[in-house]
Design a protein around this ligand. Structure first.
Ligand code: GUN
Ligand code: FE
Length: 454
């Protein structure tokens, strides 16, 4: 993977890129895909010296080329430019937890995840994993991510420092977990809230970075910690919230025991005031229609994490019901419960989960066939919209921050064959989703000035 050079004299100038182009119509709600087999993407400086670069124009080469004849042009024949991917839920400290088998979520947390996360009290260790994590995101074409850190504030500092040097759009938060957690990761209620506020003030809105208030999940947070998190969320409305909900049946049972008065596990978060726009809840598998309506009414979003759900045996996200009720959702890797940083692998797993369908009330429901362009949207513009970042990232419409990937469908022999045989855009995208991996991601161009590698 190469990074695009935008240092030096090109920094303040417009640039043009000619290749096949994929983006989404910003004026049509939902996954309205746009494609130009021979397109032109024009980018330019943002407002202010440190502002991210923006998309100036996008469309057919033949129409736009005369208008931008004076702009420096890069031509990538036989390549596809697409928006940088958006990962709605990932854990940077679990980079090395990938591939740890367990009998479900709760044993996995106890056996692998908590002991590993305990190591992040050590700033040098956190900084070294942050580098590997950000390398992996970029190698796979992920340019925006919403990630958990650990309960140690230094783990946030390490990640934010590394991300600001590279220019990714990264939103992260210190995990809150003051109960039902072992020594080494358990935090202390008052201290955890003071630390959270200090981290918001240090990092939120600095360059491309954002902060997310991060209660791990209701079973690991005392009432006082949940109340404190909600107070902060009300005081800082443009800060994100991230948590987990209804991933695993044992977890759901446990939440019901801890909150016998709540209508549902999701309602626990609602009762504390933790459901709102910019609140992202991973999984949302074992929920009902009243929960789905609660998601819709509050503007909260689900981070659908199919490789994690398959690996841990958690269950299947119910796409048909999500579409019927209509709430925000998008795709996520959930590394290290998830098995891959690769957006192609996540989209393929989402397709398979959709096909498998779900069992409701003992009756198997028909599976859905999610079109490839819809899967792609869920991992780019749709994910951005679900996170309150529509028109900012995840798309290449004019005005968006210019994060994009250059994909090479020739990178693998079988993919090259399938790509050449595709009769439609949907078939071509399906080839990439089923056969693509990091070898296909030839370049990653970030809207920020700082570039990791030239
Ligand atoms: N629930 C609480 N913590 C975690 C975590 O780290 N990963 C997943 N997948 N679920 C969780
Ligand atoms: Fe997770």
């Amino acid at each position: 993977m190469k990074a695009c050079a935008r240092r030096g004299k090109l920094r303040g100038m417009m640039q043009a890129f000619r290749a096949a182009l994929l983006w989404f119509d910003p004026h049509v709600p939902g996954p309205s895909v746009r494609y130009e087999p021979d397109g032109l993407l024009v980018t330019g400086p943002g407002d202010g010296p440190d502002a991210p670069r923006r998309v100036v124009d996008v469309g057919p080469w033949a129409t736009l080329a005369p208008r931008y004849a004076a702009v420096p042009l890069t031509h990538w024949p036989q390549r596809l430019i697409a928006p940088g991917f958006v990962d709605m839920h990932i854990h940077y400290p679990q980079t090395d937890v990938i591939g740890s088998p367990a009998d479900g979520l709760l044993p996995w947390l106890e056996r692998y995840t908590f002991p590993h996360e305990a190591r992040f009290h050590e700033p040098a260790y956190a900084a070294s994993v942050a580098e590997v994590f950000l390398d992996e995101l970029l190698r796979h074409g992920v340019t925006t991510a919403l990630t958990f850190a650990t309960s140690h504030p230094a783990s946030v500092d390490a990640l934010m420092t590394a991300a600001s040097q590279r220019g990714l759009k990264l939103i992260a938060g210190k995990v809150l977990q003051d109960r039902h957690s072992p020594d080494g990761v358990r935090d202390e209620t008052q201290r955890s809230l003071l630390d959270t506020e200090a981290l918001i003030q240090r990092w939120h809105g600095r360059g491309r970075l954002g902060y997310a208030i991060t209660p791990r999940f209701a079973p690991s947070c005392s009432d006082a910690q949940m109340r404190g998190a909600a107070e902060l969320a009300a005081r800082y409305p443009d800060v994100w919230i991230q948590s987990h909900v209804a991933e695993n049946v044992d977890e759901v049972r446990w939440a019901a025991q801890l909150y016998p008065g709540a209508r549902s596990y999701l309602a626990v978060y609602g009762d504390f005031g933790l459901l709102r726009e910019r609140a992202v809840y991973a999984h949302c598998i074992h929920i009902d229609d009243a929960d789905r309506a609660l998601m819709r009414e509050t503007g909260a979003a689900a981070a659908v994490s199919p490789t994690s759900n398959l690996f841990l045996g958690s269950g299947f996200f119910d796409y048909a019901s999500a579409e019927r009720i209509g709430f925000r959702y998008g795709l996520a890797s959930d590394v290290g419960g998830g098995t891959s940083f690769c957006p192609f692998h996540t989209m393929l797993a989402a397709y398979c989960v959709g096909r498998a369908g779900v069992t409701g009330g003992g009756l198997p429901k028909q599976g859905v066939s999610l079109p490839p362009s819809h899967l792609w949207w869920q991992h780019t513009a749709g994910a951005a919209e679900a996170m309150g970042l529509a028109g900012v990232v995840g798309n290449l419409a004019p005005g968006c921050e210019a994060d994009f990937v250059v994909l090479n469908p020739q990178a693998k022999p079988l993919l090259a064959r399938k790509w050449a045989q595709a009769d439609s855009l949907e078939e071509a995208l399906f080839a990439l989703i089923v056969l693509g991996d990091d070898r296909v991601v030839e370049r990653v161009c970030l809207a920020a000035e700082a570039q990791p590698r030239l």
